[in-house]
Design a protein. Structure first.
Length: 129
């Protein structure tokens, strides 16, 4: 469901979460006209709960017209455990990393923004070693 909500090339306005690698501690989220660095798990929770909210809104309608039975069954299982099991969070992190190419295509600047900052030098420039 996360992929359908946040990584659909037909809806670039919703492509707003980027994780270059699941081992990275931070990802990026587009908010207020700019990309903001977020802790990976917080970003995944934001994306996960947003996808659940969108699907829940569609659940009030006959959402079986918009999504396949397999997709709606998967969403129902996901929604049942979202708040108390780690697996939905891990699945969301994996989905975000797997779809980084979609984000990079829609927002080419994101790759450079996601690079971790270079570590500060231990000694000031010109100081004896």
């Amino acid at each position: 469901m996360v992929r359908l909500v946040h990584y659909d090339p037909a809806h670039p306005e919703n492509i707003n979460a980027y994780l270059a690698d699941p081992s990275h501690e931070h990802g990026l989220f587009f908010r207020g006209g700019r990309w903001c660095r977020q802790p990976r798990d917080d970003l995944a929770k934001l994306v996960m709960y947003n996808a659940a909210q969108v699907m829940n809104e569609h659940n009030d309608e006959p959402y079986h017209r918009e999504f396949t039975k397999k997709q709606t069954d998967k969403f129902d299982r996901f929604y049942d455990v979202i708040g108390y099991q780690r697996q939905p969070l891990e699945d969301t992190i994996a989905t975000m990393a797997q779809n980084r190419g979609v984000v990079e295509h829609a927002h080419p600047v994101v790759r450079a923004l996601a690079e971790p900052p270079a570590p500060a030098p231990l000694l000031p420039a010109g100081a004896p070693a």
